[in-house]
Design a protein around this ligand. Structure first.
Ligand code: GLV
Length: 318
């Protein structure tokens, strides 16, 4: 008999078709963002859940799920939305979708750097209002060539970004839980502490996972470590930035500009960023290409299929 799977958000059609062939699926045709209560209700009678980053599957939700749920396959590489420890205690496997979104996300990371450094937000605004004229000092920004890029979290996305940024003439520095092998480092300089990394970062790109250790890692104190006029970008998760401190640093120009694709409490965005001309903001588009979203959902489906066929999946993270 086919396994019954709750798919919490609408997927691209080809993915829903494949899922429907493999499983008995409960689809979300209106793409409603389910409340925690509704998610628990809908999971009754199901064997697994294909979740999205918009589902907050915390301790309370996991402990309310029916015993029939054996896997939560997250349609994302990040899994900060799921309490993986509690899931493990309940014998529920949690999987994610690494690799397939690396390039698309690194592209957006580069766009954030370019947008913030070259004052794209202000430029778009002037252009749309047609109230500009070319002049030698109009919207002068910061050039990337020869500047130092600090990468916080040198995993797959961090390394893909390093490769792109090098072609822009940037010098790469990084902080990671462990130092990478020389081949993986590929000329980048490892830093033992965030203080050391931040102090050489003309531009910082946050590419690390959201964990207890990285929560609010950019805060009032650590912002002081940066060179004056640094640029900060975040393609990972909003949890890493203490927004009030960041907005303050933008206002007093300690930080020259910010490029953001992710936020605390999405889809809300701290109003301090929206009112700030030097903030280049995007609505969580990291993996948003047809190719990548198709491959991600495909992998999330394969993770479930493999798990029920073999009891394993190479993408189990708990
Ligand atoms: C997107 O943010 C992801 O984690 O896949």
């Amino acid at each position: 008999m086919k396994k019954k799977i709750l798919i919490t958000r609408k997927l691209l059609r080809s993915n829903e078709e494949r899922a429907s062939k493999l499983f008995d699926v409960k689809l979300n045709l209106n793409d409603e963002v389910y409340s925690q209560k509704k998610l628990v209700e809908l999971s009754q009678g199901c064997d697994g859940i294909l979740s999205s980053l918009t589902d907050k599957i915390d301790e309370k939700v996991i402990n309310s799920l029916p015993a029939s749920i054996k896997i939560i396959s997250n349609f994302a590489v990040g899994f900060g939305n799921i309490d993986q420890e509690v899931a493990r205690k309940r014998n529920i496997a949690v999987t994610n979708t690494p690799d397939v979104l690396t390039d698309a996300t690194a592209e957006i990371a580069m766009l954030l750097i370019l947008g913030a450094c070259r004052r794209a937000n202000e430029g778009i605004d002037y252009a749309k209002k047609e109230n500009w004229k070319w002049s030698a000092d109009f919207l002068i920004g910061k050039q990337l060539t020869g500047s130092r890029l600090g990468i916080l979290g040198m995993g797959r996305i961090g390394r893909a970004l390093a490769k792109i940024a090098k072609s822009f003439g940037m010098e790469i520095h990084y902080r990671n839980r462990s130092k990478l092998s020389p081949e993986m480092e590929d000329g980048a300089t490892f830093h033992e502490s965030i203080k050391s990394l931040f102090s050489v970062s003309d531009v910082l790109s946050i590419c690390c996972p959201a964990t207890k250790e990285t929560k609010d890692i950019i805060n009032k104190e650590t912002l002081e470590y940066f060179p004056s006029g640094a640029i900060i970008t975040n393609v990972a998760r909003g949890d890493m930035i203490e927004d009030e401190a960041m907005v303050q640093a933008l206002t007093n120009r300690k930080i020259y500009a910010i490029g953001l694709d992710v936020y605390k409490g999405e889809p809300k965005i701290h109003p301090g960023y929206l009112n700030q001309p030097s903030a280049f903001v995007l609505p969580h588009l990291g993996s948003a290409t047809k190719k990548t979203r198709t491959n991600m959902a495909d992998l999330a489906i394969t993770n479930i299929d493999e798990f029920f066929k073999t009891g394993k999946s190479k993408n189990i993270i708990n």
